[in-house]
Every structure is written in structure tokens, then in C-alpha cells.
Design a protein around this ligand. Structure first.
Ligand code: ADP
Length: 161
């Protein structure tokens, strides 16, 4: 069974993430969208909120599973029996950032391959960082995040007022 881990913060999930995962379902039997919880980053959406946002975003894809993990991604991948790490590339800057991470991961586990999918032009300007700013300052995230999570995001914006 070909399993891939798609690790990230997903704070929040965006149409960039859903594009990469949807395309990956044609390549892998299972894609585990995994929220890493050990990063020093302070998240805008809580872990529970991000899990729920991801579940709603991928409810229509039966081979996609959503999970949180602590520790190194390589250890999580091994525990899951996954031999592939999936990452999305928007720009050359993303590649510069990803290259050493992929090499270190393969240094730690040489059976683990990182697979990069290049995002389409339609989504290459979208980052969780920018989408967070849109949301934080009360603008609507339509066209940036999956339709399935718009309501939940609007409810959080309404609660924050
Ligand atoms: P991280 O905290 O690791 O940067 P993110 O949640 O921002 O996590 O991203 C997770 C993965 O999704 C990364 O591989 C990142 O390159 C990819 N990604 C983020 N935004 C996009 C996008 N707009 N198009 C394609 N891939 C994306």
C-alpha cells in the first residue's frame, strides 16, 4: 500500500493544500494530512479547529485521513508505515526551503522519499500566512480556502468581534 504523509501547520487549510492533496490521491493509496504540533509557531486556529477544518476540507476524498502528530515527521511516517512525504511547491523560494529538509529526512531514513508537486498558477499566490491576515482583519476568505470550511471560518470571525 503506497502511503504518503502531507505534513504542515494548516493554519488554516487553503485551496493550495487541497489542490496538492487531491492530485496526490491519484498517486497514493492513502494520503495522511498531518498537523505537526511541535513547531514553535503560535497558531491562529487551535489544533482542534485545524483538525476539524481539515476533516471538512477532505470529507469528499475517502483515501485521505487527517491526523495530528508530535515529534519528527520521519518518525511519524515510519510509525504510519508511510514511505513518501508529500510537499507542495509554489516558487523557487519554496524549493530552497524544502531541499535541505528533504535531504535531512532522507539522511535519517533512506527509504523515505519526498515527492514534490508543483502547484497550479491559480493557487501559487496562496499561503496560510496571507490567508490568516485576510481572516484576522475581517475579510472574507472565499476563493482562498475550500468552500466546505467558509462557514466555520466566518463563525470564528463573528465570535472574535
Ligand atoms: P508549513 O508550516 O510546513 O509551511 P503549511 O501548512 O504552510 O506548512 O504547508 C504545508 C504544505 O503545503 C507545504 O508543503 C507547503 O509547501 C504546501 N503549500 C502551502 N501552500 C500551498 C499552495 N498555495 N500551493 C501548493 N502547496 C502549498
Amino acid at each position: 500500500m503506497r502511503k504518503a504523509i502531507f505534513p504542515g501547520s494548516f493554519d488554516p487549510p487553503t485551496l493550495g493544500h487541497t489542490e496538492i492533496v487531491a492530485r496526490a490521491t491519484a498517486l497514493f493509496d492513502e494520503v495522511i494530512v498531518a498537523i505537526g504540533t511541535n513547531s514553535a509557531k503560535n497558531s491562529f486556529f487551535t489544533l482542534d479547529e485545524r483538525l476539524e477544518l481539515l476533516k471538512r476540507s477532505f470529507a469528499h476524498l475517502p483515501t485521505v485521513r487527517v491526523q495530528a502528530y508530535e515529534g519528527l515527521t520521519v518518525d511519524f511516517a515510519r510509525a504510519q508505515g508511510a514511505h513518501f512525504l508529500l510537499r507542495g511547491l509554489r516558487t523557487g523560494q519554496d524549493l530552497d526551503y524544502e531541499r535541505p529538509i528533504a535531504l535531512i529526512n532522507r539522511h535519517m531514513d533512506d527509504r523515505l522519499e519526498t515527492i514534490f508537486l508543483i502547484t497550479s498558477g491559480a493557487h501559487s499566490h496562496i499561503s496560510s500566512t496571507l490567508v490568516r491576515e485576510v481572516i484576522r482583519y475581517g475579510h472574507d476568505a472565499v476563493g482562498l480556502v475550500p468552500d466546505e470550511i467558509l462557514e466555520m471560518i466566518r463563525a470564528k470571525q463573528a465570535g472574535a468581534k
